[in-house]
Design a protein around this ligand. Structure first.
Ligand SMILES: Cc1cc2nc3c(=O)[nH]c(=O)nc-3n(C[C@H](O)[C@H](O)[C@H](O)COP(=O)(O)O)c2cc1C
Length: 189
């Protein structure tokens, strides 16, 4: 069974990231081994840039918080799905902190700069925006998810749902649900 890590990056428990995470979790039930990590409820601190992780060749971080415990899950999963709002045209701060902490997978002695145990993992980014422009945000997400390559995610799929300010409104948007269903199929393939 595939191991899928679902990461949400909203603070709104009734918001669209949580709503879709619940739906996708139910769809994956029995088909994948799912771990869900709600960054908004966790302690994920900023990277210390201490470079302690550069004195080793397996991913680890000396800063002890909820991200540290997640490192083995990130390393061993088959796929990660990030469900997140767009904040000020970019990743929300909590997701940026999460991304920064994957610096603990970076190994300057390797040709691909990665000490990830697996480098064949899939990453889907499903983002919600209150307004848009959706095409600009899609480019932004596509550009930024590539930074997760250091943690071994080398295959990407992205969707941005606009007009998503109303909590839970994604459930009434057939096109956005279809895009989510396609992402679920792709994660399991
Ligand atoms: C601090 C903050 C900044 C935001 N910035 C943007 C933005 O730049 N563009 C946009 O379209 N929506 C913006 N929004 C709206 C959210 O992207 C939108 O409400 C989204 O659906 C929230 O996702 P959630 O329901 O999972 O929390 C912002 C919301 C907040 C709270």
């Amino acid at each position: 069974m595939k191991k899928v890590l679902i990461v949400t990056a909203s603070k709104r428990r009734k918001g669209n990231s949580y709503t879709l995470a619940k739906r996708i979790g139910e769809q994956l039930d029995g088909k994948a081994e799912v771990t869900t990590f709600h960054i908004g409820e966790k302690d994920v601190r900023a990277c210390l840039a201490c470079d302690a992780c550069k004195r080793q060749h397996t991913p680890n971080c000396i800063q002890r918080d909820d991200f540290t415990a997640l490192i083995p899950e990130i390393d061993s999963c088959d796929a990660m799905l990030i469900l997140s709002p767009v904040h000020w045209d970019h990743f929300p701060a909590q997701l940026k902190a999460f991304l920064d902490r994957t610096y603990s997978f970076m190994d300057f002695t390797q040709p691909d700069f990665s000490m990830a145990g697996r480098k064949d993992k899939k990453l889907a980014g499903y983002f919600f925006a209150g307004f848009g422009p959706v095409d600009v945000y899609t480019n932004m997400v596509e550009a930024n998810v590539k930074s997760f390559a250091t943690a071994g995610f080398t295959d990407y799929k992205v969707h941005v749902a606009g007009d998503a300010n109303v909590p839970g409104s994604v459930m009434e948007k057939p096109e956005d649900l279809k895009a989510a269903d396609e992402i679920v199929e792709w994660l399991l393939a």
